[in-house]
Design a protein around this ligand. Structure first.
Ligand code: GCU
Length: 449
């Protein structure tokens, strides 16, 4: 069934004032029997995606020659990886030789006996008082060595589930999550007991476990506090040499790097299948999940939930957040070299379809929400569409569609995509589809088409 744009509005239960006002206009006009033109409500929202004519082609080398054979792909892949490292995300450190894992909690009877809960401090430089990330892992007890979905969380491990056994974060936490979440439990920028489970709606732990997957997560603030003045509290400051130059170690790269360090742990954890770990992330953490998948081929798949600009959206589709807006509001997310592209979205010499190409031919799910204009749903769809030729070139399938689907009509494929009703968030609908995708493309023995 095709959901009409009007219905998509009505279905939006957003707390956003702007969206609510628009919905009211629609409702009022409906009562007066004079529906407004969609362009009156929002000129952009329901435009059909149009592939930008000058979108850079991942299958063409920098010198203009085409990638002729599959055997040449690793060379082009390396060229792209170096380009994006230099111009956008910045350099990353190697895995530190001194890194240690301190398992401080192992409970085989967590969540009413359903799961084993592990909590591990990843001591990046081997020192308790050095940079550290606390990883929380739930493993379903009914499955032997299950695949893992790994994703960073926004407000601390204790927010994903009311489970009393989760260590409450002692790190700096923002005190307002805008319209995303009520953070009144945060006192003086620290979490309190009242913060347990406050984001559980976005983390359906039991559903994920019941589907036969382990879930691993860590707080973004353990890695980088995500503030303009956050450098000294970020793990980035442990590598001052990487702060030099235009290709400096950025926050998005730091989050991606930390996901790889979590994967280092999972690879040697006998409770899970460390060779089947999916990188998941929402929004800015979706941008990080994509870069983690691009830089670390050990991730078997990527799930990008509304990653938007600097994620799955192609910048050449100049709608929603632009390079300049990203670089102005969050100047530390990408490296200094990226600033030179402010205002040049439509002429960028590279674009995000080429970052997605670094993940090919591994499965990827790109998801949008219709009211998430900042992320540019059409631009995210174009990312999925424009990476598909690379999947085909590598001998597999990409997105099995050419048209932007209706709201709430997922396209399941090796490149999967949906645009659901509602606002910027992670919903039960999203997870339902991610688990279907994992079943089809990630589970060992799945039909890897
Ligand atoms: C802001 C930002 C986005 C980002 C989002 C989020 O809205 O503009 O780029 O994805 O925050 O992380 O929630």
């Amino acid at each position: 069934m095709r959901i009409s744009p009007m219905l998509a509005f009505a279905a939006d239960n957003s707390k956003h004032n702007v969206a609510a006002t628009k919905a009211l206009i629609v409702a009022a006009c409906a009562l007066m029997m004079t529906p407004p033109a969609l362009s009156q409500v929002n000129p952009d929202k329901y435009r059909q995606p149009a592939m930008p004519a000058n979108l850079p082609d991942p299958l063409v080398f920098a010198d203009g020659t085409r990638v002729a054979a599959q055997a040449d792909w690793p060379k082009r892949r390396k060229e792209l990886l170096d380009l994006f490292t230099d111009q956008m995300y910045g350099r990353m450190p190697e895995r530190p030789a001194q890194m240690r894992f301190n398992v401080y909690n192992l409970d085989r009877h967590a969540l009413g006996g359903k799961a084993t809960r592990e909590q591990i401090s990843i001591l990046f430089l081997g020192k308790e008082d050095g940079p550290r990330m606390d990883l929380l892992v739930y493993v379903p007890n009914q499955v032997k060595r299950p695949p893992v979905i790994l994703g960073l969380n926004f407000w601390g491990n204790q927010t994903i589930n009311p489970d009393q056994g989760i260590r409450v974060s002692d790190r700096w936490i923002e005190s307002s999550g805008g319209s995303s979440i009520d953070l009144s439990c945060v006192k003086n920028n620290r979490a309190t007991e009242a913060c347990r489970g406050i984001d559980q709606g976005r983390w359906p732990v039991e559903k994920i476990l019941d589907a036969g997957y382990a879930l691993a997560t860590a707080y973004r603030g353990d890695i980088d506090p995500d503030r303009n003045d956050g450098y000294d509290e970020s793990i980035r400051s442990a590598w001052p040499e990487l702060a030099q130059g235009g290709n400096n170690f950025s926050t998005i790269a730091a989050w991606a790097w930390a996901m790889s360090r979590a994967l280092d742990y999972l690879e040697q954890d006998h409770l899970v299948d460390g060779r089947h770990v999916v990188a998941f992330g929402w929004s800015r953490l979706g941008k990080a999940a994509i870069w983690a998948g691009a830089t670390d081929p050990r991730f078997v798949a990527v799930i990008s939930n509304e990653s938007g600009a600097g994620g799955a959206k192609v910048f050449h589709d100049v709608h929603g957040e632009t390079v300049e807006l990203l670089n102005t509001r969050f100047p530390y997310w990408f490296c200094k070299n990226f600033k030179q592209y402010n205002g040049r979205d439509a002429e960028l010499p590279f674009d995000q379809n080429e970052v997605l190409a670094l993940i090919a031919p591994r499965p990827i799910y790109i998801a949008s929400a219709i009211l998430d204009e900042n992320a540019d749903p059409q631009g995210e769809f174009l990312g999925a569409l424009a990476v598909t030729p690379v999947y085909r070139f590598l001998g597999t399938t990409g997105l099995p569609a050419t048209e932007w689907p209706s709201v709430d009509q997922p396209i399941l494929g090796r490149v999967s995509y949906h645009v659901r009703r509602g606002v910027h968030s992670v919903t039960a609908f999203d997870w339902e589809e991610y688990l279907r995708f994992c079943e089809a493309y990630v589970k060992p023995g799945a039909d890897l088409r």
